[in-house]
Design a protein around this ligand. Structure first.
Ligand code: SF4
Length: 329
């Protein structure tokens, strides 16, 4: 396959076909760098030389009623993840301020464990945090709060919510292997609710759970169809005690890079990032995630695991000749 010609066709406005996506994601190791070069071309065409940095706070941890097989916070599994109720609004806003000042992050997400946020008390606290972040930083305000209905999203938007993070997690045909306490359709509905309320959407998935390459493409096509704004890619970082950790197999860095590149080809104009598991899955090849087409990443720690230092991330981006995006998404 001529990856460069294919990239040029997409720049001309064509959409990648499923068969083409399957061919890209199945690229042999020895041809993977040609694929990455073309994905890099697409990233530069649509995103310039800018990298966007996101930061998150685990604002409510553990005790979740859901059984997502990869998640340290599920109440169904015995893990060492911390358990605590919703943090006060002041503490959430102070974390955002720190991420802006010390990590150059421009997007901040309030993440809570649980099926959804449905008590008036929690919604009021999160609304308070959104207002404080709006008043004290220039950051884009994002939240990841599980399954939400339209009135709740409307209420949060009125408090300053700009973007809702809600991963589809896995392809519909694989979803029941990942979670049985809620459905793929419920996740889609929350995304549609956010879009209907005029809130931007960040939605991606978690990979290396046993899904096939075809199912990785299936998930990307579902995200393209939903026209989400940002697509976070997470690679399983196995946590002892979860079912996913028990079945974990190593994924090669080149396989991860092919996944990112294929997503860039499927959604050339979108923000695409490698988030959870990047240090473990890419190792020495971490900088190549940007060459593979990523233009976003997470600085600082993940929800229940630590990332490399913000200084290391900033140095890596600088060494590649890339710049940190200063404007919010
Ligand atoms: S991913 Fe979210 S919904 Fe699923 S178990 Fe973890 S906290 Fe609960």
């Amino acid at each position: 396959m001529d990856h460069q010609s294919l990239a040029n066709r997409l720049i001309g406005g064509e959409k990648l076909a499923i068969a083409e996506a399957l061919e890209l994601i199945s690229t042999p190791d020895e041809q993977t760098f040609e694929l990455l070069a073309a994905a890099n071309h697409l990233r530069r065409r649509f995103k310039g030389n800018k990298v966007r940095l996101c930061s998150i706070v685990n604002a409510k941890s553990g005790h979740c009623s859901e059984n997502c097989s990869f998640c340290a916070q599920s109440g169904h599994y015995q893990t060492n993840a911390e358990v605590y109720p919703l943090l006060p609004a002041e503490e959430i806003a102070a974390t955002a301020k720190k991420a802006e000042e010390e990590q150059q992050a421009t997007c901040f997400s309030i993440v809570t464990s649980g099926r959804g946020v449905n008590t008036e008390k929690d919604i009021a606290e999160i609304s308070g945090a959104l207002k404080m972040i709006n008043d004290t930083t220039k950051m884009n305000r994002c939240a990841s709060l599980g399954i939400l209905d339209r009135p709740t999203i409307r209420q949060l938007k009125a408090a300053g919510l700009k973007k809702l993070h809600h991963n589809l997690e896995a392809a519909e045909s694989f979803f029941s292997n990942v979670c049985t306490t809620h459905t793929f359709a419920e996740r889609v509905e929350t995304i549609k609710n956010a879009k209907a309320e005029g809130v931007a959407v960040c939605a991606g998935g978690i990979f290396n759970l046993g899904e096939s390459l075809k199912q990785r493409v299936e998930l990307a096509m579902a995200l393209r169809e939903l026209d989400v704004d940002s697509v976070p890619i997470n690679i399983l970082n196995p946590v002892a005690g979860t079912p996913a950790a028990a079945k974990h197999r190593l994924i090669s860095p080149l396989e991860v890079l092919r996944l990112i590149a294929t997503y860039r080809f499927i959604m050339p104009t979108k923000d695409i990032g490698l988030f959870g598991g990047r240090e473990q899955s890419l190792g020495q090849l971490q900088p190549l995630m940007f060459i593979a087409g990523a233009n976003v990443t997470l600085v600082g720690n993940y929800l229940t695991t630590s990332g490399q230092s913000a200084e290391q991330d900033l140095a890596m981006i600088k060494a590649l000749g890339l710049e940190i995006e200063k404007t919010t998404c």
